[in-house]
Design a protein. Structure first.
Length: 336
């Protein structure tokens, strides 16, 4: 009996192989569209749109983390609980989703990339930003995190064996210098000294860039939602005990729990469904540049949520960092 139209023989195997090219419930006839249909342009456009959806979700992460962690004068949740708790909640949701989907186990070759993805986006970025956000405002942090698009593009280029032009790396260095200059200017200390929180945020950028690049690579042959779900489930033996151990002992305001709920369900879980799918469709180097909008969105969200002030200096440095990323995005990238 021949297979129905649009579905190749060996459906289960085909679904496994093409999982990175379809969301839940979609059918795919082939990873390559028919000739003459301008497939690359359409695929990149869809990837960019999905990337923007992920960025809009991620943009609220810093303000919501600030709501949950509090300030040095009025501390709320610990950074450890926010990071591990959000990962544990998302991990339990992931386990339930994978069980409901009866998802197959990842291939043996995928476990190590999944571990690297988890190291960057489940442990590194959440821990470092949660610790830092008690000591710096969301507007300040948004400028430093504004370096993430260029860092992600650089990590993607290295991982996918691409060779950006020398001017691309010049833009990366210029952007880094602007970020360091802003952190020095706003450190609040005498002399040229970085606040430890600024160093944590810069390290968080490195972690996120690596996690995005590895996750985007996995999403080329795995379902995009499965990438983050398996990374979270793989992390549960560490995140769940640490979350329970660091559970807040004192009563906390509803706003703190609301911020925690957002970073657990949206920042740590649902946002990655769109983000990794976008990276797989449009390419890590290109789609990473949709993060250009993230610092501005984070700053804008911080004003009504936290009552912070968007001053001309922060806005100016944010624009300058984004300009270096925009220039770097236009420079040629060749395969090695």
């Amino acid at each position: 009996m021949s297979p129905p139209p649009g579905r190749p023989a060996g459906g289960a195997h085909r679904s496994r192989r093409d999982g990175g090219h379809a969301l839940s419930g979609e059918r795919t006839t082939s990873p390559l569209p028919p000739a003459g249909a301008a497939p690359l342009q359409s695929q990149e456009t869809r990837g960019l749109l999905l990337g923007l959806v992920g960025v809009a979700i991620f943009a609220l992460t810093l303000p919501m983390t600030r709501l949950a962690v509090g300030t040095p004068e009025a501390p709320l949740m610990s950074g450890l609980f926010i990071a591990m708790g959000r990962a544990a909640v998302a991990g339990l949701l992931s386990a339930a989703l994978l069980a409901w989907q009866r998802a197959p186990l990842p291939a043996r070759a995928d476990w190590w990339p999944l571990a690297l993805t988890a190291a960057g986006v489940v442990f590194g970025f959440p821990l470092l930003t949660s610790w830092a956000m008690r000591y710096v405002g969301a507007v300040h942090a948004a400028v430093i995190i504004g370096l993430l698009p260029l860092a992600t593009a650089a990590a993607g280029a290295l991982l996918h064996r691409q060779r950006p032009a020398g001017a691309f790396w010049a833009c990366a260095l210029l952007g880094s210098a602007l970020v360091v200059a802003y952190a020095l200017l706003r450190s609040g200390q005498e002399g040229l000294a970085l606040h430890p929180a600024d160093l944590l945020l810069m390290a968080a950028v490195v972690c996120a860039a690596g996690g995005y690049a590895w996750g985007g690579r996995l999403a080329q042959h795995m379902r995009a939602d499965a990438v983050i779900c398996w990374a979270l489930v793989l992390s549960l033996p560490a995140t769940l005990p640490l979350a329970l151990w660091s559970w807040p002992r004192a009563a906390l305001p509803a706003a703190a729990w609301g911020g925690f709920a957002y970073v657990a369900v949206f920042s740590m879980w649902l946002g990655f469904f769109a983000w990794y799918r976008g990276l797989a469709l449009g390419g890590t180097v290109r789609v990473s540049q949709t993060q250009l909008a993230q610092p501005f969105l984070s700053m804008l969200f911080a004003v009504p949520l936290l009552g912070e002030r968007l001053d001309a200096v922060s806005l100016g440095f944010g624009l300058a960092v984004l300009a270096t990323v925009a220039i770097g995005r236009r420079l040629p990238v060749q395969k090695r």
